[in-house]
Design a protein around this ligand. Structure first.
Ligand SMILES: [Zn+2]
Length: 104
């Protein structure tokens, strides 16, 4: 298991002057928006984070899309539902989320 680079290596000297390697799990990386790759706000990556609300956002696509991309997707979905826009005139990355919005 220590071959994996998800453990960082720390060289330490013990009290009896032996050189040993300690292994420590790396920090979790921050979650990013699936469309624009911006860091998501309001999500704790701490291991001791307690409760659902500190780990994700409660809106639609919370924890997946950032707030501005989410707003854009909702806007496009309603425009497509009302026939003001066509599905093939939006970005490919937005398309799957717009389709999910329309399905619900
Ligand atoms: Zn985004």
């Amino acid at each position: 298991m220590y071959r994996s680079r998800s453990y960082r290596r720390l060289s330490r000297v013990t009290p009896s002057k032996k050189n040993v390697v300690h292994y420590e799990r790396r920090k979790n990386s921050l979650p990013h928006c699936a469309i624009c790759a911006a860091e998501l706000n309001g999500i704790s990556i701490a291991k001791n984070a307690k409760g659902r609300t500190s780990k994700t956002n409660s809106r639609k696509f919370g924890g997946v899309l950032c707030a501005s991309c989410n707003a854009e997707v909702i806007k496009l979905a309603s425009r497509i539902e009302n026939g003001e826009m066509k599905l093939n005139s939006i970005q490919i990355k937005q398309k799957q989320y717009v389709l999910q919005m329309i399905a619900h």
